[in-house]
Design a protein. Structure first.
Length: 162
């Protein structure tokens, strides 16, 4: 049944996850290409192997994948970074987790994989004393917008285009 929950594990990306995580993030990118072809370029890959390897080494950038608990098959994944904003005369000091990319392969959607990824970053936020989680979502992407709202995210900012 397509709605069955799956026993999952969420682990840091490793070098050997490159092909699958690139395929997953390219799938997400292509959703944007299909709707905003004036903004996003069609490409054969999301990042080069060199870029991926560099991201794995970056201090404040994190890449994780979701796998079946008893296997190595990647079902979904995410990339996020931690941003520190120093206090100044306009804003208070703030530390936030910015979710750059989150994706679940289509055959595993609606099976709590994405929800588990969000729960994972919520725990990460608490453990690392982070103030908030931020992300951007395109207005055309109603399934993603509804997913985030269902998990408690609130719209705090809008970008308008003319």
């Amino acid at each position: 049944m397509a709605n069955n929950k799956i026993d999952l594990k969420i682990v840091k990306c490793e070098i050997n996850d490159f092909k699958e995580i690139d395929k997953l993030f390219l799938y997400v990118h292509n959703i944007h290409v299909n709707e905003r072809y004036d903004n996003f370029k069609k490409t054969d890959y999301f990042f080069s192997k060199e870029k991926y390897e560099n991201l794995l080494q970056e201090k404040d950038t994190y890449l994780y994948v979701v796998k079946e608990k008893e296997g190595e098959k990647i079902l979904g994944g995410l990339q996020f970074r931690i941003v520190d904003i120093p206090e100044n005369f306009l804003v208070y000091k703030r530390k936030y987790l910015f979710l750059d990319v989150i994706g679940v392969f289509p055959q595993y959607q609606k099976r709590c994989v994405g929800k588990n990824l969000i729960e994972f970053i919520k725990k990460f936020k608490i453990e690392h004393k982070i103030d908030t989680i931020l992300l951007n979502v395109w207005n055309f992407n109603k399934p993603a917008l509804n997913f985030y709202k269902k998990l408690g995210f609130k719209i705090r900012h809008m970008t308008l285009e003319l």
